[in-house]
Design a protein around this ligand. Sequence first.
Ligand code: ADP
Length: 182
Amino acid sequence: MDGDSKRRAIPLNSLDNIVTQRIAIYPGSFDPITNGHLDIVKRSLGIFDKIIVGIAVNSRKQTLFSRDERLAITREVFATDARVEVDAFEGLTVEYARARNACAILRGLRAVADFEYELQMANMNRKLHENLETVFMMTSEKSFFVSSQNVKEVARFGGDISELVPAAVARVLAAKFGKSIR
Ligand code: ADP
């Protein structure tokens, strides 16, 4: 190799990074984001280079927080980690994943009750996009009982949710229900 071509050569490992950056879409309602979601994202960063938290906007699904509120809260929670992007999308997760060059859909599993629905979704998604894997992460023991639904129920009645959600979420829930934070 002469001096000139040496200078122009692209280091192989940087090329690898461009080609094989492993991006996963973590789709969900995130109404609101909880420590259970957070735990899944943190642990999956050991497997993927980048996680896109995809806030699914579904006009038929009633949510406590609007699309823009969920985007703002979730972005605040991940503000310090450049490997996590927060976005909103409408329509099929597989199409969104394709558009974002993701190699996987990330989902969390808590109880057996989650399993049947998740299995159906994963199979349907594979039918729609055969190269896209769904990767499941088991909840950790401290989060297995945490869901957006029960966090909202507890917050509505003024219960203490400080160990179940990030501080920013506790604040917006208290504001939503007109309660003070304990
Ligand atoms: P969806 O309406 O799609 O179920 P959610 O925001 O409720 O959206 O959940 C998004 C994903 O995160 C789902 O795969 C769900 O099972 C998972 N998840 C939610 N809470 C937890 C938790 N505490 N531990 C592990 N996974 C969780």
